[in-house]
Write a protein that binds this ligand. Structure first.
Ligand SMILES: [Fe+2]
Length: 184
């Protein structure tokens, strides 16, 4: 019986957090996931700051859109953290840069947001190709729905940017976009 117990113990690998690990995460993939987690947390704070910017200007449709984006980014960060925990890792949180709070125009701000989404997509694609290269199928399967949702986010921001560009800073047009966003 004792021998049997010893055998069972030897068969299981434990990760840095002390949880059982079926397949350890490759170090370079792990570093990239940590970097991605920081990007999601930065997006959370950046969108929260944009929410405040619109709220201060009584553009409540834009404000509520960015508040929900901010919450969405925190959910993404949580997903990655939970995934790391499921893979037996302990989650270290890096410092995040201060958000941009001054904008010359709504178009600048939406362009910045669009670029941030595009950077998040590139980072996810990088994670995907590393996972494929090292045959970490669990990570590829985890990333599939996230990449799909990320592509939709890009499309959404491209749509808002298109409208804001077309409005070219005319208050009445901006107010129409604002009320459109309020309905969503
Ligand atoms: Fe995200």
């Amino acid at each position: 019986m004792k021998e049997n117990n010893l055998k069972i113990k030897k068969l299981v690998n434990f990760g840095p957090s002390g949880r059982a690990v079926a397949q350890p995460i490759d170090n370079s993939l792990l570093d990239n996931i940590f970097e991605h987690l920081t990007m999601e947390r930065y997006a959370n704070v950046q969108y929260f700051s944009i929410y405040l910017w619109f709220q201060e200007r009584d553009l409540n449709g834009f404000a509520s859109h960015f508040l929900s984006e901010s919450k969405g980014e925190m959910e993404h960060a949580q997903k990655f953290a939970d995934y790391l925990i499921a893979r037996g890792q302990s989650v270290k949180l890096d410092e995040i840069p201060a958000p941009v709070q001054d904008w010359d125009s709504i178009e600048d701000l939406i362009s910045y947001s669009f670029n941030m989404e595009a950077d998040l997509t590139s980072s996810l694609q990088q994670l995907y190709s590393i996972s494929e290269r090292i045959s970490d199928t669990r990570t590829n399967v985890f990333l599939d729905p996230i990449i799909d949702a990320q592509t939709k986010s890009e499309d959404e921001f491209a749509n808002i940017l298109g409208k804001v560009k077309f409005a070219s800073n005319q208050p009445s047009a901006i107010l129409l976009i604002d009320s459109d966003l309020k309905k969503k």
